[in-house]
Design a protein around this ligand. Sequence first.
Ligand code: HEC
Length: 130
Amino acid sequence: MKKRTPCSAILMLVVALSASADESLPNDEQQVVMDKELQFLVKECSACHGENGVSTNDEVPSLAGKSADYILENVEKFYFYERHCPDAEYQNGEPKSGARNMCDVADRMTRQEVMAVGAWFEAQTPPATD
Ligand code: HEC
């Protein structure tokens, strides 16, 4: 009995860790997103979502004025294939990563990066008709 307790404690920890990993993108609480990286991400998203996150393409929603929490929630949906990832036409340059859709985008981001770029888009003026 004495031997079993630590074992089951470890098992519970593993279960807890994998459960939390399932709920979120890779989460590195130590990560600080520097301005240079933020600017890179803004460009990346703006290639499809339009300059400053204002889209002129009906198939791509604007990000300007949407909350960082909403943006994170939806990027996680793409990450877990809870939303479909249609390929998009670029409308503002080309993303450096060559991403074609939101699954490509979500696959390579951390939670901290999405929150940082999400806060940037939240601060932009939304289009009048969106
Ligand atoms: C290759 C083009 C492309 C790139 C690059 C891209 N997106 Fe998207 N994004 C899309 C498309 C297309 C949709 C709409 C998908 C659909 O039909 O539901 C979308 C949808 C979204 C949504 C859901 C918005 C809503 O209101 O439903 C969020 C949030 C989002 N993208 C965030 C981002 C962020 C953050 C970045 C940059 C890190 C990014 N996207 C880069 C193409 C792109």
